[in-house]
Design a protein around this ligand. Structure first.
Ligand SMILES: [Zn+2]
Length: 407
């Protein structure tokens, strides 16, 4: 669901006070009509009902598209966004998502259109750079210039410059297909992820010269290199959980060294660190996810989390024989009987029951078929989100008091 707050705005022209719908989170799968409001900027527009005066308010916007598995935030605070996303990453939620942040409203809209057309925004950025470099050489008098992806009629590129008329270019289908199918591009796109497509990143990716952080991890039986995810800040001495060939479950190691390496030079099959155990306390004691959330992030982030959980798809194992949902509860430190839920079907398939049931979080927690004390999301993770009676109470209350339907 999308979320907005009702702000009171005093009209600058007639000074009458009116409600203004201030969107924070847009779930485009549920409210697709909001895409038009984004594209024509009206999502930011306050129109006075009395005198017709209009003004734009550029507030932060968190855009969430569960169908395309895409998240982009338009805001001024990158560190806060990164921290918020890293919390999800710790629980393996959004692992397959494209996640971006920008403080540029045009980039925000452009990226949405690129993803909607099933293009990789990083490859489009590469082409825009090549096109623009060539344009500047041919037209040294152009002044400041920029290239834009445009889909007004069909996919194409536009160069807008200070001193020349806008130039239109047809979309380079052949170039795009040949680049995206190259093994080196695929390797760079797989490991060289980013939350921000800035000039430095685009330059590096165009030259296929992207560095990633590698952690040298000491494990009980061996010493091995792992990629440090862009979502995590790892330090020497941190305890981490990693996959190995010898164990089905992730095992714990210690980061002994961190260094930069070029993606070209990465060995085949190198894995990413699954989870950083930030301190000994976290490792030794069960820390309820929500306490963690309250300690680290703002109330607004909690609401965003609840909004997103509402539409998060979860998987639950099914019995092979009778095709019924597995109601086998597990017990955790608190001795509650909890039904495990998984945010990826891959986690389910590690279980004996290989069939799975796919449902939204919102629907599953309100099913009566299951009698237990609650649910636990991704119990294979060292920190897990317990969805017990009090959590469901908080969730339902939030739903009642903070959700408005757009009219
Ligand atoms: Zn007015």
């Amino acid at each position: 669901m999308s979320r907005y707050e009702m702000d009171q705005i005093s009209c600058e022209h007639c000074h009458h006070v009116h409600d203004y719908v201030n969107y924070r989170v847009v779930n485009i799968a549920i409210e697709p009509q909001l895409k038009d409001a984004i594209m024509d900027d009206s999502i930011f527009t306050f129109t006075c009902p009395d005198c017709g005066f209009t003004k734009n308010y550029h507030h932060p916007l968190f855009y969430y598209d569960p169908e395309q598995q895409f998240i982009i935030e338009y805001s001024a605070d990158f560190e806060r966004f990164k921290h918020f996303i890293s919390l999800f990453h710790q629980h393996n939620i959004f692992d397959k998502y494209t996640i971006r942040w920008t403080d540029n409203w045009y980039t925000f809209k452009e990226t949405i259109q690129i993803i909607d057309h099933q293009r990789d925004d990083r490859v489009i950025a590469m082409y825009k750079k090549l096109l623009l470099d060539d344009f500047r050489v041919r037209n040294p008098e152009c002044g400041t210039a920029m290239a834009l992806y445009d889909v007004t009629d069909e996919e194409r590129l536009v160069i807008i410059s200070e001193n020349l008329e806008p130039r239109l270019y047809s979309f380079p289908n052949k170039w795009y297909d040949s680049v995206i199918n190259k093994p080196i591009t695929q390797k760079v796109l797989k490991y060289g992820n980013t939350l921000i497509l800035d000039d430095d990143y685009v330059r590096d990716i165009t030259n296929m010269d992207v560095t990633v952080k590698i952690a040298d991890v000491k494990l009980p039986l061996e010493q091995k290199n792992y990629i440090l995810s862009i979502y995590d800040d790892g330090f020497i001495g941190d305890h981490v959980l990693v996959d190995t060939l010898h164990s089905i479950k992730p095992i714990e190691g210690i980061i002994e060294n961190i260094f930069d390496d070029n993606i070209r030079d990465l060995p085949f099959g190198i894995k990413t660190i699954k989870h950083i155990v930030y301190n000994d306390e976290e490792r030794d004691t069960f820390s309820p996810f929500f306490a963690d959330i309250h300690a680290h992030i703002t109330q607004n982030d909690v609401y965003t989390l609840l909004d997103i959980l509402m539409d998060t798809v979860i998987y639950i194992p099914m019995h092979y024989k009778n095709k019924k949902i597995s109601t086998m509860a597990i017990e955790i430190h608190t001795h509650q009987q909890l039904i495990p839920l998984y945010t990826s079907k891959d986690f389910c398939q590690n279980q004996e029951n290989v069939l799975y049931f796919r449902e939204t979080f919102d629907n599953i927690i309100h099913q009566d078929i299951i009698t237990a004390d609650g649910f636990v999301i991704n119990p294979q993770m060292p920190e897990f989100l317990v969805v017990d009676e009090s959590f469901i109470h908080l969730y339902d209350n939030y739903k009642l008091t903070h959700q408005y339907s757009y009219s």
